[in-house]
Design a protein around this ligand. Structure first.
Ligand code: AMP
Ligand code: MG
Length: 334
């Protein structure tokens, strides 16, 4: 069990930081000084520093798996970028922040070259998931998952673009989380009232709503369409959006199925921070999350998952999807 308040406070501060950077980037673009990649880098490190600060204060001995690090902050950023991050943190946290603070918080709980997830509690941070969505003002998420003995058990996910269906640049959005093995959603504003969420009870495959990646380079949309058709779903029902928000849409019943099937020959390993929070959230909401073979996602090996692809569903259609993937892979092997 973890205490909700400090985590929610940190997530809300991280969301404020990300939105501030997006607003500044928009203004920069109007003056034609925006460089595309740069704002997302600033927000990415800023967001992770805020989450690392919370973990340092409340869970100093826990292990952390995170996308960024203090080393990268020192080695990969220009002096202007690190100053911009420090200034933003100082404003958002209303506290004088130094480079040493930022580096310590970015490194909080991380171990070098960790190849197996230790027993006990491990936090898994994706400070901005869906970076291409963030840059293009579409959807992105801030993910904080909890592994217990290498199994996904806890989830916090900020989805600033939730609810508008168009862009990540607005003032709606939602926070999804798990507490006492139950899934909830609430607003990004501090006074929002949480409500319990569950996966859909839809049983007719022809009526099921599907979500998949927006970016064509991230998955094989052709293979996904074949798998859907093979399981009796309509490819017309697909909604595309960036980030792990797709897990949240299945968890709250706004979608019934989320498929992630790599392009043929892809050797890019899946990363723990893209899936830990989502897997815990969907399972707590009553859904199922497996790899393409129907096996649970394997978070036992640190940052890399050995699984190929993800099948996420309300549970009802899960076995049919696994069978459809198996047939596709057999057909391709012939
Ligand atoms: P999504 O919008 O669901 O595709 O999620 C974004 C995630 O896609 C990021 O967190 C990356 O880890 C991942 N990603 C980025 N580039 C690629 C790529 N070339 N192939 C597969 N996944 C990618
Ligand atoms: Mg990511």
């Amino acid at each position: 069990m973890v205490a909700l308040d400090p985590i929610m406070q940190a997530l809300r501060a991280a969301a404020r930081l990300c939105r501030t950077v997006q607003h500044q980037a928009m203004r920069g673009m109007e003056k034609d000084t925006g460089t595309g990649q740069e704002p997302v880098t600033i927000a990415d490190y800023g967001s992770q520093a805020i989450l690392g600060r919370m973990l340092a204060a409340h869970y100093p001995d826990d292990t952390v798996i995170a996308e960024e690090s203090g080393y990268q902050f020192q080695e990969l950023l220009t002096p202007e970028q690190s100053i911009q991050i420090i200034n933003l943190l100082t404003t958002i946290l209303d506290q004088n922040i130094t480079h040493d603070h930022a580096i310590t918080w970015l490194d909080q709980g991380q171990q070098d070259h960790m190849e197996s997830t230790p027993p006990g509690r491990t936090w898994v941070i994706d400070p901005i998931d869906g970076t291409k969505g963030f840059i293009a003002m579409r959807h992105y998420a801030i993910g904080l998952g909890i592994l217990t003995d290498g199994k996904p058990t806890g989830a916090f996910m900020v989805c600033p673009g939730y609810g508008d269906g168009v862009s990540g640049y607005d003032d709606d959005g939602a926070i999804f989380y798990v507490q006492d093995e139950t899934a909830y959603m609430t607003g990004i504003e501090a006074d929002a009232i949480p409500r319990r969420i569950q996966v859909s009870t839809r049983t007719n495959p022809a009526q099921m709503r599907v979500v998949q990646s927006f970016e064509p380079s991230h998955v094989s949309k052709e293979r996904i369409a074949k798998v859907l058709t093979g399981a009796g779903l309509s490819a017309d029902s697909i909604r595309e959006l960036d980030s792990m928000e797709k897990y949240a849409l299945v968890a709250c019943g706004d979608a019934d199925v989320f498929l992630r099937i790599p392009r043929p020959g892809s050797t890019r390993p899946h990363k723990a921070w893209d899936h830990a929070a989502g897997a815990a959230l969907v399972e707590a909401a009553g859904g199922r999350v497996t790899d393409l073979d129907g096996k649970p996602l394997d978070f036992s090996q640190g940052m890399h998952l050995p699984n190929r692809g993800m099948i996420v569903s309300n549970g009802v259609i899960h076995d049919a999807l696994v069978a459809s993937v198996t047939r596709l892979l057999e057909d391709e092997a012939e």
